[in-house]
Design a protein around this ligand. Structure first.
Ligand SMILES: [Mn+2]
Length: 320
């Protein structure tokens, strides 16, 4: 797919009678922020639409304006256009059956992940962007769409989260974008930091202790890893979403080229999270793609059918 211009994208959106807008499963702040902002835009231009994420939006992200209008129930009927935001790989939309039923619906993409398997017909896939929210910000500017405070807030959340509050990027552009949103709409990054990072549960911290005490260094493939089993969570009445923030701390380890965190989501279903840092020069997105996942250079993930042990072996083999 060749990237479209913003004007071309606007034409495609205006032409569609109704739009199904969707983001990836296991949504993060950029996924929710971009989908919510896009929803506000569609509402303003009076375009009938349905906002969808096929897995539940975590409680911790419901402070994002518009997050509550995102549905998790699959629509039955056909849409004129599908718009996918921030999803990286088509399977992460969780819409395989819908795609099979309606293969003729065109897919428009707004994404900042590496161009891999978005499977879109048109749109923007550009890893130079920090976040899907930053792509949308440029889109709204290019088509002279006036954003309001709710849209500005949702976009700021996505940019701040995906840049780790500017710790993962050397690019001044997302910083300038947030600066202009802060000035124009009086948005407070400190308040967003508190909502995103200051809500760790005491019980979650105890599980964190268990995860940390298991940390191991695979010397042969040079990575650090740990894991979480279902019973760790059920013992403390927690959900996997309670631990998302904790996972990102693994990247700060001095040892290893990258870190791996494995989560047993259910019997035989493993989710892997990979983390690296600019100074480690290890591209975890490339590794994730080799084993059927995707993501960014420094934060990627994959799903695996099997055990924690077999997932570990897979990563060890493909990272060597
Ligand atoms: Mn993103």
């Amino acid at each position: 797919m060749k990237n479209s211009s913003f004007k071309e994208i606007e034409k495609i959106i205006l032409k569609a009678k109704n739009i199904l807008a969707i983001t990836h499963q296991g949504p993060d702040p950029d996924a929710v922020g971009s989908l919510a902002a896009f929803g506000f835009y569609l509402k303003k231009i009076k375009k009938p639409h349905y906002l969808l994420c096929t897995s539940v939006i975590p409680e911790s992200l419901k402070f994002i304006p518009g997050a509550k209008s995102i549905k998790s129930k699959h629509p039955k009927h056909k849409f004129d256009l599908m718009t996918g935001l921030d999803y990286g790989t088509k399977i992460l939309l969780g819409m395989d059956n819908y795609f099979k039923k309606y293969p003729e619906i065109p897919l428009l993409v707004f994404d900042h992940h590496l161009s891999t398997n978005q499977g879109a017909n048109f749109g923007i896939v550009n890893p130079k962007y920090s976040s899907a929210c930053e792509v949308l910000y440029d889109y709204f500017n290019a088509i002279s769409f006036k954003i309001d405070r709710q849209i500005a807030y949702a976009l700021t959340v996505g940019i701040l989260a995906d840049t780790g509050f500017f710790r993962y990027t050397n690019n001044p552009k997302p910083l300038e974008t947030v600066l202009s949103l802060v000035k124009q709409f009086g948005i407070k990054p400190v308040e967003i930091d508190n909502k995103l990072n200051g809500q760790v549960k005491t019980e979650a911290l105890k599980v964190y202790g268990a995860i940390l005490s298991r940390l191991k260094h695979n010397h042969k493939s040079d990575f650090i890893y740990s894991w979480l089993k279902r019973k760790d969570l059920s013992k403390h009445h927690l959900a996997t979403s309670d631990l998302t923030d904790i996972v990102s701390q693994l990247k700060d380890l001095k040892d290893g080229r990258f870190s791996l965190f494995l989560i047993e989501e259910s019997q035989g279903k493993i989710r892997g999270r990979l983390r690296s840092r600019p100074d480690k020069k290890f591209n975890v997105a490339e590794l994730a793609e080799k084993i059927g996942g995707g993501g960014h250079r420094y934060a990627a993930g994959f799903r695996h059918k099997g055990s924690i042990d077999s997932a570990l072996k897979l990563v060890a083999k493909y990272s060597r």
